[in-house]
Design a binder for this molecule. Sequence first.
Ligand code: DX5
Ligand code: ZN
Length: 222
Amino acid sequence: MRVKVAPSLLAADFSRLRDEVKRVEEHGADWIHLDVMDGHFVPSITVGPIVAKSLRPHTGLFMDAHLMVEHPERHVAAFAGAGVDLITVQAEATPHLDGLLRLIRSEGAKAGVALNPSTPPHVLEYVWPLLDLILVMSVNPGAGGQEFIPAVLPKINCLASRARREGLEVEIQVDGGVNRHTAPQIVEAGATVLVAGSAVFKDAGGMELIGEMKKLGTRDTG
Ligand code: DX5
Ligand code: ZN
């Protein structure tokens, strides 16, 4: 299976977001990753559904919204209404994961769960059938430009292996510190979608990196 690349707009130039989306689209990006922070679940504040809605008419790319917010259930309808294709919630932000995933799907979006580096994979044990995506955080959420935490590699492998073994159609997305040096081992562990912010928008040769990462092949870890 080919790896998909989802540039994170967090590292883009916010004064010209529409152009930034066009630029990554022209360089072969598969998805657009929108990082939503509320100043509570994480200290920073970024963007809300209004930004997703403004970008929607300007790109045909699949858009995923990564909600790093408290009370995510309050925002699901607004993001789905804004036209995002997939909504990811942090497992740590809700005691009602099953209900929340059902809510996301009932609003017409695909559903994802993000796991912080310290969150074990077994929190997903009883919700696998409700998942379109699992996001393995490879930094602590809250900011771009952090260093990849290699301790999450076995977690990626564990989740990817199970998905393959059971024939489940779930994307394994990895987010945080993904760059030309870390991407090969992340894909080797079983990731199917790579999120990259700084490496794409800030590093030299970042746009070309999109194509390079797309060429990384996934290994059958099942
Ligand atoms: C972190 C965000 C990431 C972040 C990745 O809280 O979820 O999407 O933007 O940024 P880089 O690629 O710079 O680590
Ligand atoms: Zn993210």
